[in-house]
Ligand binder design. Sequence first.
Ligand code: ADP
Ligand code: ASP
Ligand code: MG
Length: 416
Amino acid sequence: MKVFKFGGASVRDAGGVKNVLKVLEGEGINEKLIVISAMGKTTNALEEVVKDYLQKGQFNDALQPVKEYHREILLGLFENKDHIAFAQVRDIFQELENFLNHNRSTNYDFVYDQVVIYGELLSTNIVSTYFSSRGIKNDLLDARNCIRTDSTYRDAQVQWDETQAQIKLKVNPKSLTITQGFIGGDPNNFSTTLGREGSDYTAGIFAYCLNADSVTIWKDVPGVLNADPRAFENPHLLEQISYEEAIELAFYGASVIHPKTLQPLQRKEIPLFVKSFLNPGNPGTAVRKGQPILPKIPCFIVKKDQVLISLSSLDFSFILEKNISEIFSLFHKYQIKVDLIQNSAISFSVCIDNKFNNLEKLINHLKATFRVSYNTGVSLYTIRHFDEKAVEALEKDKKILLKQTTRETVQLVAIP
Ligand code: ADP
Ligand code: ASP
Ligand code: MG
């Protein structure tokens, strides 16, 4: 069987949903598990619902556009306004509102997960009902019953044994299964999420547990490119790369694949294809074991809105292992994602991703022990397989705060 993943861009409107069916018909309907993300930018919109709810004590203003957006898609898919799809979507929104009206928790991460998962519940419900209306039999599976996690809300860790057992039990590999990306369930059956853009990872988990033949991630780009088309001109398609290369690219911030996706696939040597949902006949990118990058060209990655922190000891004594381990335990405590590290005798610099908005708390804590300076809003640029020309082109017009070169990779922390 094969696992397919369709992201938000592929189902951002009714035409997109229809196209998903077209792609699937081209590939064969059965023996597929398809993982679907929230439609378009729904997760962002639901993040606004959470913010309003916890900061202003109301959610209607932020929720209304989400309702209208999904209704618009339904109208494009079902001619008859009495179709059961409309009532189902109304019920899902009702369930969300019931949660918001009865919840007493002020724990941001907990509330966040209980709310944003509705994006995926809505999208999969709509796609499944649409498929059924077109005569395509499918099983709609609640991923929360399969992807079992701990209770680290917004960054839930998969409990592999239980997840494996539930997937074996609940998925029929012979038929067509539709399920949600990104979401899981904790031991108390509260909803959890695997981190933003985590649907790719869900596809990897299902593929691992089902010993799938392959995973295909369907994108609005031809495949993995040597540069993010939103940030760099004239990117080229990478026809093939190894798991290691894909992990490195994803880790440095190539947002085309979620970094956690590759590990489960690599362990079972399940190939990953990244292909265009607009041109499904084109080969896209193949990620497999050990194959060299083709073509071998420099790859450019940018992570925007990062923070560069520099620490030195208050008395200019050396920064030693003990300090470093103390610093890292604080990063762990405040869920700080570390991108790059550089240290000298008396200073320690680190580029971080302030994903969980805990920077202020971290800085205050660090100030107790260290002299701290930091720049927010910096960009981390990475070139894999660099050559001089590539580095020169990248350095032009930028204020470089830090540069690090290893055998295959150059990294720059720069403004902008
Ligand atoms: P999804 O709909 O699956 O969520 P995303 O928008 O998260 O899709 O990811 C696809 C986008 O990733 C592309 O539209 C592209 O702008 C961006 N991207 C960033 N880096 C790369 C890269 N190296 N190759 C291809 N796309 C990239
Ligand atoms: N819907 C989630 C997000 O936007 C997960 C995903 O798209 O992969 O982050
Ligand atoms: Mg995405």
